[in-house]
Design a protein. Structure first.
Length: 503
């Protein structure tokens, strides 16, 4: 099925209801792996962070990472889940070259957290509840690098290189219940859910949840059923989608692909699929196994996990303010509308604005710069706001220079431009470019006198009562001072010179 054979999105939704299931894997930010003491630090030489346990060598025995368990409980609590009083690990058996044991230590029918929910806010402010089936502990696989071929995938490669540094890194897999009722907004719901989950994980401090670094990955399960029916269709599973935009695109593509297959009389194959960033399409991976094909059985080398109720309640009491609660509080503190707050959220500016206010800037000024000049710069560069080469502290300093009268808005924009260009901190840019506001009354007076003399006709109009014409003279002075004069003070001086009262 190629992109050109897709059914239109409107036609697909006119005939079918989408049902989604989202599986999100989160790499925990622990210092050591889930079942051994090997480091989890990124960037080490291939296979330098391994030991007999994470390589699955005979006679090696695993030990559970206590911080991994604690992180799992925190995530479960934040997702409104029930926390198991007793649970255990299981072996998930399959052959992957990047899992040296030939099984993954995971949890199957006894997860540590289950039966929860997460409320997510869509772009128009609507709240959609996504129900959580389970959140369970497991370990990550290693990394395969396929050499040769045009796609970087195993098909067509001449050989593969295996790095087991990642094998055994703690993972939490969060699985939703079937997401029904989203209709045409299903892709938007998928994106909003993963975005909210990412913010929650970061707020808990258990992972940086960087999708671009593989610390958070989403598998998008999707099926269609004809309107008026209740039986789920056959699902596909698009694996390891690693950006919010891609989650939305993958769901949308699969809706259109499934609909085209069904409308043509074809049958959906239960399979995994690969997502392609370049055109937003998916292609077939492998036939998807059912749970029984993995031959789960209890892990004999690990004791069960039994979190005490007192400990669980202690962790619950220590949870930080969760993202939606925090956003609502900030919205009230900042005095912005829900629409404006949603725009700030969509721009990824909430934390940047908070950090800028923490550095001393008024909230309205922090919002102004991040949602205005800096948002424009990020858009032009094709990057996110937090990727810009400017810090909240530097933005706060620009705001302070404006407040003190050393800069006006026009000059401040030039300062920001210099900081983004790597010319130094705001004060260094001001010094190098000579951007301070001209505040010397003598110099301003001279510029005002010259503007009046050069524009006698306009000056006469102002003397005659047409005070609005003063803007032309202000503009002349600003031009003469390269925009470095205080426009309000310039206006006052002009009216004083002409003996005219603004009122």
């Amino acid at each position: 099925m190629t992109v050109t054979e897709l059914l239109s999105y409107d036609a697909a939704l006119a005939a079918y209801d989408p049902v989604m299931g989202l599986e999100v894997h989160v790499e925990l930010g622990t210092k050591t792996k889930m079942f051994c003491g090997c480091s989890t630090e990124l960037g080490a030489d291939a296979n330098s962070q391994t030991c007999p346990t994470c390589l699955g060598l005979p006679g090696s025995l695993p030990v559970v990472n206590a911080i991994g368990v604690e992180s799992a409980v925190k995530i479960g609590l934040a997702l409104n889940c029930e926390i198991a009083e007793w649970c255990r690990f299981a072996r998930k058996n399959y052959f992957y070259p990047d899992m040296p044991k030939n099984f993954q230590t995971s949890q199957y029918d006894e997860p540590i957290a289950f039966n929860g929910y997460l409320d997510v806010q869509l772009e128009d402010g609507e709240i959609f509840r996504v129900e959580i089936e389970r959140a369970h502990m497991e370990e990550d696989t290693g990394k395969s690098t396929h050499i040769g071929g045009a796609t970087g995938r195993i098909h067509g490669a001449s050989h593969s290189l295996l790095d087991y540094n990642r094998a055994g890194i703690p993972l939490i897999e969060i699985v939703t219940k079937p997401i029904e009722g989203a209709g045409e907004r299903a892709p938007e719901v998928a994106k909003a859910y993963v975005a909210e989950l990412r913010e929650l994980i970061r707020a808990l401090g258990v992972s940086e949840a960087r999708m671009d670094k593989g610390q958070m990955r989403c598998d998008v399960n999707l099926s269609l059923r004809p309107h008026g029916t209740t039986v789920f269709g056959t699902r596909s599973e698009t694996k390891n989608v690693n950006s919010l935009r891609s989650v939305e695109r993958a769901a949308r593509f699969e809706i259109q692909r499934h609909a085209a297959v069904l409308q043509s009389g074809g049958t959906i194959v239960q399979e995994t699929r690969h997502f392609h960033e370049d055109d937003g399409s998916t292609t077939s991976g492998r036939i998807k196994d059912n749970a029984e094909d993995y031959r789960y059985f209890p892990e004999p080398d690990l004791v069960p996990v039994a979190p005490s109720r007192a400990w669980v309640e202690e962790l619950r009491a220590g949870l930080p303010e969760l993202p939606r609660v925090r956003r609502n509080r900030l919205r009230e503190e900042w005095g912005v509308s829900e629409h404006d707050m949603q725009s700030i959220l969509n721009a990824g500016a909430v934390d940047l604005i908070v950090a800028t206010t923490d550095a001393g800037a008024p909230a309205d000024q922090a919002r102004k710069w991040w949602m205005g000049e800096l948002a424009r710069s990020a858009n032009e560069a094709g990057v996110s706001l937090d990727e810009l080469a400017i810090t909240p502290a530097q933005v706060a300093r620009v705001s302070a220079l404006v407040a003190s009268g050393d800069l006006n808005d026009k000059l401040a924009r030039q300062v920001i431009e210099g900081v983004l260009a790597g010319e130094g901190d705001p004060d260094e840019v001001v010094e190098k470019r000579g951007l301070k506001v001209v505040s010397d009354e003598g110099a301003l007076g001279t510029a005002v006198d010259e503007a009046i003399a050069s524009n006698a006709a306009i000056a006469d109009k102002i003397r005659g009562g047409k005070v609005a014409a003063v803007g032309a003279l202000v503009g002349a002075v600003m031009k003469a001072t390269r925009g470095q004069a205080d426009a309000a003070r310039v206006k006052e001086l002009i009216l004083e010179r002409l003996g005219v009262s603004e009122g």
